[in-house]
Design a protein around this ligand. Structure first.
Ligand SMILES: [Zn+2]
Length: 215
């Protein structure tokens, strides 16, 4: 297994693009995997492909359309509205077990291509109540995956304890601030860069950007 090869779970959004730049600095060899689960906007796949191309990184797109069959939600279905989830309720964008599945498939892929490292942009700080974004879950899954394949994979979560302003600061440190600001897609309406400005993802992103720029 190659100790200097990493697989980045990559959606073309702000967080995973920042992780990709981070990985390109840390590891000699980097590939990305992108999951196609009939996202509300196929634009997301297109953006991810363009970014991978531009950075000269090999991309593997995995068909995860079964996720929509298992758990229809606001990310995959146009007839379900995006809601923020109040009073302890999960947002309508929650897909149960998504990171469990994505990280498991990414690690199986890593085992096939001989990569020791897996990088994901999950974050506990702004975790919106998603249980599978918590650090304890990632550590537990890392142990389980290693036991399942009798290997010593390392799951890296460079954004785990950063807030959105600190994630922008990290992109800036990696000389990727403008790239991430202009080329990534975070918006639930499928608009790149600063997005629609109205949806929960845009508001969170803009709020973090404003706080970063104030410093
Ligand atoms: Zn938006």
């Amino acid at each position: 297994m190659n100790n200097n090869k990493a697989i980045v779970v990559f959606s073309g959004g702000q967080d995973s693009t920042t992780c990709l730049f981070w990985a390109l600095k840390q590891f000699n060899e980097v590939e990305v995997v992108t999951f196609d689960y009939n996202q509300r906007h196929q634009e997301e796949i297109k953006v991810a492909q363009e970014i991978a191309d531009e950075l000269g990184v090999k991309q593997t797109i995995m068909d995860m359309s079964l996720l929509n069959q298992l758990a229809p939600n606001a990310l995959t279905r146009n007839d379900i509205a995006v809601t923020e989830g109040e009073d302890g309720e999960l947002p309508s964008t929650f897909v149960p077990g998504r990171n469990l599945l994505f990280l498991s498939f990414a690690t199986i892929y890593a085992s096939q291509v001989g990569a020791k490292h897996i990088v994901t942009g999950v974050c506990e700080t702004d975790f919106s109540g998603y249980p599978d974004c918590r650090d304890v879950f990632i550590k537990s899954l890392n142990v389980t995956l290693n036991l399942s394949m009798d290997t010593q994979f390392v799951i890296h979560t460079p954004l785990m304890w950063l807030d959105k302003a600190e994630t922008w600061a990290l992109a800036d440190q990696l000389n990727a601030f403008e790239f991430v600001r202009d080329k990534t897609l975070t918006c639930y309406e499928g608009i790149r860069g600063s997005g629609c400005g109205e949806c929960p993802a845009c508001k969170l992103r803009q709020n973090g950007l404003d706080r970063f720029l104030e410093k």
